[in-house]
Design a protein. Sequence first.
Length: 142
Amino acid sequence: MARVTIYHSKVDAETERVARRVIDRVLDEIQAEAKRITAVGPYTSGDLALSIKRGPTVVRGQVITGDVGSDLPYAKFVHDGTRKHFIFPRGPWRLRFYWRRLGRDVAFWSVYHPGQKAKKFLTGPAARVSARYGWIVFTRKI
């Protein structure tokens, strides 16, 4: 007769170690793909791609979580896009900026922005990477 003894603490520790390694790999892949997406485009400076970082992997009971994102204030607008809108100065000054099409600095009392298409540089890679692992992804706006 065979005898099997299971030490739950050792099994739990090994399972957590393997799961943490998988989550780390998934987060690294999402981060790499998000950086590739944000590094290209006609008005890209590269700042957004450089700002995409992944947070630590956190274990709470049987749930392991991690995050990938950017702290730049405009990252949300690049990710979700914007609608058509007017831009006005905040004070009695005019809006001054370099206009690429004219090749010089310009000044206006208001500017009509045609909007920006959403790049989905985080939710897109999260869905594609998780699909490779056979996972389902749920996203929520914060």
